[in-house]
Design a protein around this ligand. Structure first.
Ligand SMILES: [Ca+2]
Ligand SMILES: [Ca+2]
Ligand SMILES: [Ca+2]
Ligand SMILES: [Ca+2]
Length: 411
């Protein structure tokens, strides 16, 4: 080998060494490794390799950003599931959506369908008008997207397990009257009349207005992104502007896509609990139960049978009773949804509270509209049925209060 060749080899060799070093360090700085217990995104344990494949296909579709040429709109709220549920976490308040209706004051309402109710689509494709809230609307419900993990386990809990916590007339006199949401199945689900006077138990959404993840997903495509599916094949448009056909034939996504997304939601793992041996967390857990937070935020339930083996007969540490509660005036939205009245909300599952800020730019946002970033304030906002228990929390000493907060952040 000539000197020149050796020289060339040396140059190439050292160049590639330098490149390797550069890529390595870029990698290091751009994507610092995230520990499993710091991220929401991940499959539950025990999936088969076929199921894992479905999970990843669903993950991709969940984060797919729709453009005009792919069927976005004509009216919509955002361009992807993952644009609101960032990293499967809570949405940033800037992505909140609004529902509106005319509350008629006697437990009934006018959905204002001819004016664009019940959901405001405040964005639209070019040349077509977005909706605005009409003056007739006297009930506007602002909602942020909840984290979407652990939901398959929640779906797999049998009705009777949840209903055992219901006490709509507060017969045991503890001031708490968890009420089940009951919903007629939308016709696109093609279900027989449900077991409760023809209705089904509602579980998903801030007022538990959806009976299962398929309903939630199909309606989200239709209402939130303006994407038609084989289950709702006709476009949602602005009734004041008239029917508008976007350039893409309906349905705009295949039933496979819907199935993958639903499978993904079913198999996203609940957050891994953290700092379980921390003394503050242990003390906070005891106080949480002592003052009665656990009467609504029920620590765990058992799933029933599920065709997905990994969801069958599992313990779910959801910290919710999945029931509706009167939460007082400060949180009331004047909006009626199924059995939920103007002041009622579904108990939010408590998990991921210590890591949700990672998905929303470093700042966490709590409650149905993300109105506070402060956990103590989130608890202070509890009124109505939770008033006495909220007071018990406020009356705790500073150390005990901080322990409860540490416990919440470990979930
Ligand atoms: Ca469309
Ligand atoms: Ca609308
Ligand atoms: Ca009770
Ligand atoms: Ca279309």
């Amino acid at each position: 080998m000539s000197k020149k060749y050796i020289y060339n080899y040396l140059v190439i060799f050292s160049l590639s060494l330098a490149l390797v070093a550069v890529f390595h360090s870029c990698d290091f700085f751009l994507t610092p490794p995230v520990a499993d217990d710091e991220t929401l995104d991940g499959p539950i344990e025990g999936l088969t390799s076929d199921q894992l494949r479905m999970f990843f296909l669903g993950d991709e579709q969940f984060n797919k950003v729709f453009s005009f040429n792919e069927g976005l709109g004509p009216i919509f709220n955002n361009t992807a599931c993952g644009s609101c549920h960032v990293d499967d976490g809570k949405s940033h308040p800037s992505a909140n959506l609004k529902r509106f209706q005319k509350n008629l004051g006697n437990g009934t309402y006018d959905p204002l369908t001819e004016l664009g109710g019940l959901q405001l689509q405040d964005k639209s494709i070019p040349g077509y008008p977005a909706e605005t809230i009409p003056p007739e609307a006297n009930a506007i419900s602002v909602r942020s997207g909840p984290i979407v993990v652990g939901l398959g386990l929640i779906e797999a809990i049998s009705d009777s397990t949840i209903l055992a916590y219901a006490d709509p007339n507060d017969q045991n006199n503890d001031g708490i009257s968890g009420k089940p949401q009951l919903i007629s199945a939308p016709s696109f689900l093609n279900l027989p009349p449900g077991p409760y006077g023809g209705k089904y138990l509602g579980r998903f959404g801030r007022k538990a207005g959806a009976i299962n993840l398929l309903q939630q997903t199909v309606e989200a495509y239709h209402q939130d992104i303006g994407i038609t599916t084989d289950l709702i094949p006709s476009e949602n448009y602005n009734p004041l502007a008239g029917g508008y056909i976007d350039p893409v034939p309906d349905p705009e996504v295949t039933s496979n896509t819907v199935q993958f997304v639903v499978f993904y939601l079913k198999t996203l793992k609940p957050p891994i609990r953290r700092m379980q041996n921390d003394l503050k967390v242990i003390a906070g857990n005891t106080k949480f139960n002592e003052i009665g937070c656990n009467r609504c935020h029920v620590p765990s339930m058992q799933t029933g049978y599920s065709p997905i083996n990994a969801l069958s007969y599992k313990q779910v540490n959801l910290y919710s009773d999945m029931l509706l509660h009167d939460m007082g005036d400060e949180l009331a939205d004047n909006f009626i949804e199924g059995k939920a009245n103007e002041r009622e909300w579904r108990t939010t599952p408590l998990w991921g509270l210590g890591i949700i800020h990672n998905a929303t730019g470093g700042m966490p946002f709590y409650m149905h509209d993300g109105r506070t970033s402060d956990l103590i304030e989130a608890i202070r906002l509890h009124g109505g049925e939770a008033e006495a228990i909220k007071q018990a929390f406020m009356n705790l000493g500073e150390t005990d209060r901080q322990n409860v907060i540490a416990f919440l952040k470990s979930l």
